[in-house]
Design a protein around this ligand. Structure first.
Ligand SMILES: C[S@@+](CC[C@H](N)C(=O)[O-])C[C@H]1O[C@@H](n2cnc3c(N)ncnc32)[C@H](O)[C@@H]1O
Length: 175
């Protein structure tokens, strides 16, 4: 019985690993978590207010969501790689957090309710994300992007790359 359960868990892990690798090859956005100091910078740049709805598009292990939740926001992450999604779920459970983590493509998310959007993606997907943001986001939505500029939007603040500590550029936009 115990061996059967262990075998099933191993198979589940193995299949999740394969799907995760496949997803990363297809979507070409790897799982590279933002360093904690970058997460802190992104959250302070967003100037979160209690009860605001906050999205992390491609939330990785959920670290940004968990930190944003401390500002009493309604916090939702979208993640498409199964293993990374599971990791985010485990972190959420350990932290006894109320953040929502959805196993869903960020391109299937509805951005209309977002007050603040965080992202750390790659240049190839930014034009498609920019079009979605322009189509769906309401006026006043703030967007904070780690490292990559969102084409067609004008940042109102840029935190430049910080050479000694290696903190990357953070772009802040308002719709
Ligand atoms: C560079 S990591 C950033 C993780 C997290 N936002 C952070 O800053 O620590 C990008 C994440 O986006 C996820 N991702 C890539 N394409 C996605 C898509 N279409 N929908 C949802 N998540 C996606 C990847 O699996 C990966 O975990």
């Amino acid at each position: 019985m115990i061996i059967d359960i262990a075998l099933m868990l191993f198979l589940l892990f193995f299949v999740s690993l394969l799907v995760t690798v496949f997803v990363h090859m297809v979507f070409l956005v790897p799982y590279v978590p933002s360093a904690n100091r970058v997460v802190k910078k992104m959250i302070s740049a967003a100037e979160l207010k209690p009860k605001e709805t906050v999205y992390d598009l491609g939330c990785g292990d959920g670290r940004l969501l968990l930190m944003a939740e401390k500002q009493k926001t309604r916090t939702i992450g979208f993640e498409i790689a199964p293993l990374v999604f599971l990791l985010a779920l485990v972190r959420k459970i350990i932290a006894r957090s109320k953040v929502q983590i959805r196993f869903k493509s960020l391109f299937a998310a509805n951005l209309r309710k977002a007050n603040v959007i965080f992202c750390y993606l790659i240049p190839n997907v930014m034009p498609r994300l920019a079009a979605k943001i322009k189509r769906e986001c309401k006026k006043g939505t703030r967007i904070v992007s780690n490292t990559f500029h969102i084409p067609g939007l004008k940042p109102y603040r840029i935190y430049a790359k910080d050479a000694p500590k290696g903190t990357p550029t953070v772009y802040v936009y308002k719709i």
